[in-house]
Design a protein around this ligand. Sequence first.
Ligand code: KG4
Ligand code: ZN
Length: 339
Amino acid sequence: MPTILAIESTCDETAAAVVVDGRDVRSNVVATQVELHAKYRGVVPEIASRAHIENILPVLEESLASAACGLADLDAIAVAHRPGLVGSLLVGVTAAKSLAWSLGKPLIAVDHVHAHLYSVLLDSDLDPQMPAVGMVCSGGHTALYDIRAWDDVTLIGSTIDDAVGEAYDKVAAILGLAYPGGPVIDKLAAEGDPKAVPFPRTYLNRESLDFSFSGLKTAVLYHVRGVPGQNKPGATMTDRHLRDVCASFQAACVDVITRKLRRALTQTGGKSVIIGGGVSANGGLRAALARFDVPVYFPKLAYCTDNAAMSAGLADVHYRAGRFASLDLDAITYSSFAR
Ligand code: KG4
Ligand code: ZN
């Protein structure tokens, strides 16, 4: 029953968690920096790395205290060392290496995107049928994976421009809504008409498993502000229309994601779908996939957005396979599944 402490600092959340046996989450502490970045409507890398330095020790202490776990009880120290913002990653990687070295415990390196997929297993006893089609949809990633086993994952498609969460955040800015945009649009969309505005669905070519969300984002911009050069005024934004635009934008995102998931299942022979990342919290997506062709596994809401429990869970797979990192582990900005 390995007890693993993991650290997460890839982007703008400083997090630490203790997980036993890969599934039993004993603590899951997340210090969010949302307020620091809200006025810039996006993550400012220098502000993020400074905040990680301030947060890392209190977050680590709280994760151990709330798990009622001492340093001596730990079997390994894990860290999400890729992908992410380099200044942010360095804080977590340095803390993990220092802890592992000073305690004489093994160090485990985890890919953050891979951990988003694993998050469906946390606090659950479910075992998704393999092969599975994996999907990570977040602010930084929108990608599909062929999952043969938890340590046999291949990238099969990804966005060629914006990530879907990024599109949510930018559309929220266009509509004058709060940052991050995903939860706000999700809430308003539930009260709007998804057929009110026929926003485009970008499927690329027939077989493609790649995504593109920048055209959809521009379509919302033109709908709201008018098309440049055409002297056509933008839409009048009543409360009703705002909800309809949110619902119509969300319907376009959900249609594209569900169509691509079906394509991926056909191409890989997948028997289930595993979805993680911030956008997997989306109510519209969850409702659409509730009636899907194969079982679909979502993380519990607490594990959709960035957290360290998912890294501690995935680290258990590496621990059992004896895959340990050395103390010269680097922070790497791209995922191990990058093309
Ligand atoms: O996984 P995450 O915390 O960070 C990255 O690794 O990027 O995802 C954050 C993203 C943001 O873009 C946020 O707007 C989006 O997830 N998000 C949502 C919802 N909750 C968070 N998007 C749509 N619907 C939601 N309910
Ligand atoms: Zn993430």
